[in-house]
Design a protein around this ligand. Structure first.
Ligand SMILES: *Cc1c(COP(=O)(O)O)cnc(C)c1O
Length: 435
């Protein structure tokens, strides 16, 4: 399969090139040239398959031309060592719980898949060069990528995160690991971290001195595997006889997750429509209403992993529908919520159903509550375990949230990070001095 750039000004790349390079040379995002539709029998029998079996069929459609079947099967099975169950929150509204992985947020799947695929390509090449993964995080990407790559030989990971803007629990998940993981605390916001990473890929001197790759959701190996979730949600609803008129609602920040869901739809997954639920960072919401996309600086919210003012994957969503605003709005609606609304939703949901939402999932739940029509069945992503935002959640719902063991284990580690300003020159000289 060939991959083209959303800026249409770069040569087509192989999967390996797309994975290793992350961003296309014209600064566009890679898109697969072709999206294969899965056969009817697959959907007819999907309720009799396991999560791993479902995911392997989806992975073959994306990566089957480029990765040997047995290796791909192993990558998928190793990645999915935990379930993504559907929990009924109330009649016709289900939470797709994506927080059962090692770092308790949905990015584990993409990060684990990418680490294994990158290792496969490096191994195949017999390469000895160290590969350096640069990743900007608004909270959960950093922990998922750091843990996904931890101890992987030949790969070093630099996690850039905005100082004071991630929760204590998120921070300890990537600053306490040591080994091949280095945490860089940037004096700025998430968009500054993302800008540093993008600038590093464009810097010739840096790229000649060290082999760089990205693990942000822009990487095809990170974002495409997220499509697995939606096939699995469909399979689980089908088991209950509830798969008709399925509406999928994705709490969105950088739009990688919902973009993967849209790829699933293009592969034939019978989803009736999608909702992109935003916090106060409403650039996409505004695009849906007006047809105009105007990035703006991100604002800090309770759902901090969605504090993105210029979502990278907008370019992919736009490209998938050839920029046709009507096609996009026919399939996707939006929602945007203030912190007060997020808190109110968490309180109400807990009081009426007993289900504890995290601030990101709360946006998804509320959008479904507001937009679901009679006869439809809604699935929203619970993208993180509420204990990842424990203080906030406990304050809001006035109840205790238990800390899962694997989260408590991170908290016992020692924080190690390097402070840097947000200017590129400082970042570059740090990398050159520490390669
Ligand atoms: C990353 C993240 C999101 C946003 O996902 P995108 O793919 O960037 O849209 C939502 N919730 C949580 C908990 C996250 O970590």
């Amino acid at each position: 399969m060939k991959y083209y750039s959303t800026n249409h000004n770069a040569p087509e790349a192989s999967l390996e090139q797309a994975v290793v390079n992350g961003l296309a040379p014209d600064r566009g995002l890679y898109m697969p040239r072709e999206i294969k539709r899965l056969p009817q029998e697959f959907f007819a029998n999907i309720d009799k398959m396991t999560f791993q079996e479902v995911a392997y069929e989806v992975a073959k459609a994306f990566f089957g031309d480029d990765v040997e079947p047995e290796a791909l099967r192993k990558i998928v099975y190793d990645t999915l060592q935990f379930d993504c169950p559907l929990a009924e929150v109330e009649p016709e509204i289900y939470a797709l719980e994506l927080f059962h992985g090692p770092t308790l947020a949905f990015k584990d799947v993409g990060a684990r898949f990418m680490a294994r695929l990158l290792q496969y390509f490096l191994h195949k090449e017999g390469q000895n060069d160290q590969v350096n993964v640069l990743v900007a995080t608004s909270g959960d990407t950093g922990s998922a990528v750091a843990n996904g790559f931890l101890g992987v030989e030949g790969i070093r990971v630099f996690v850039l995160y905005p100082k004071g803007k991630v929760s204590a629990i998120q921070e300890c998940q990537f600053t306490t690991l040591g080994k091949n993981i280095t945490a860089l605390e940037i004096d700025g916001v998430f968009d500054d971290c993302q800008a540093l990473v993008k600038a590093a890929f464009m810097d010739r001197e840096l790229n000649e001195a060290m082999r760089l790759t990205s693990a942000n959701s822009i990487n095809v190996a990170r974002f495409l595997p997220q499509a697995f979730y939606y096939f699995w949600a469909y399979a689980q609803l089908k088991k209950k006889g509830k798969e008709k008129d399925m509406v999928v609602c994705v709490p969105s920040g950088n739009f990688g997750n919902i973009c993967a869901a849209l790829f699933g739809h293009a592969m034939g997954l019978p989803v009736k429509r999608f909702i992109a639920a935003n916090n106060a960072n409403d650039v996409f919401y505004t695009y849906l209403q007006t047809g105009e996309y105007h990035p703006k600086p991100s604002v800090q919210t309770l759902a901090n992993a969605m504090d993105v003012g210029d979502p990278s994957n907008f370019a992919r969503v736009f490209d998938l529908y050839k920029g046709d605003h009507k096609a996009i709005t026919d399939l996707i609606s939006g929602a945007t919520y203030t912190d007060e609304q997020i808190a109110e939703t968490m309180r109400d949901c807990h009081a009426t159903t007993g289900y504890v939402l995290d601030p990101h999932g709360a946006c998804g739940y509320r959008a479904l509550k507001e937009q679901l029509k009679t006869g439809e069945v809604g699935v929203f992503d619970e993208t993180a375990h509420p204990a990842k935002f424990r203080d906030t959640v406990e304050d809001i719902i006035s109840a205790e949230v238990a800390l899962p063991d694997r989260l408590a284990a991170f908290m016992r580690g020692t924080k190690q990070s390097i402070s840097l300003p947000k200017d590129f020159a400082a970042f570059k000289s740090y990398l050159l001095a520490n390669k």
